[in-house]
Design a protein around this ligand. Sequence first.
Ligand code: ADE
Length: 244
Amino acid sequence: AQYIAVMGALEQEIDLLLGEMEKQKKIQIGGIDFYKGKINGKKVVVLKAGVGKVNASYSTAVLTQNFGIDALIFTGVAGGLHPESLPGDIIIGDRLFQHDFGKFDQEGFEVTTYRELTGAHQTDLFIPSDSILVFKSKQAAQQVAFNALSGRNPNVFTGLIATGDMFVSSPEKAQWLFGEYGALAAEMEGAAVGHICRTLDIPFVVIRSCSDNANHDARVNFEQFVGPASINSSRLVLSILEDW
Ligand code: ADE
């Protein structure tokens, strides 16, 4: 077997995984630090991609062109969009899209497909994750003891993730993403990673834990919950690797 890649955007999002890694070896390629080793006996490469779609795309490109990757798991935090989601909840992304790729911005709130706008070979607006990895993620989630950050055990949702290059902290935008598209989480990397993985036929899934609700409190909530929510997402990844 080749590598299972685990990617996060921030240091905090990969900390726990690096702590669990045996025979860790760091190599730097193209300005990115790659940590090779074993987690739960599985051969993995872990990296910090940086924030946003450009960083995510670049990191995914360097990763895939320098390592043999059997599967890619993205782990990290997100803004919860479901009205009932609370910090700590888990979203398993079974589809992703770029909410800021399109014709209009905030006011118009209109997203379009790559094909429509660019005539490109790729892709529909919605990028599906690998169905087997989604299944494995759901199974693994049942075995995890998550941090309860909001006075109840975290809910585990499976569904659409909205990716864009801005931190969402507006209830209108959050409601638009949920109401118009059914998106359950807003984050800043998933669809970019997914787009490249689809192009290269690499199975991928995006796992997120909510640090905030993408509303006016999002900044403050994010600061408070980025650590413990990152741990929830990482625990799910550890559980997936255990069952692999
Ligand atoms: N990551 C965590 N919270 C987020 C938010 N509200 N918007 C975008 N990315 C996020």
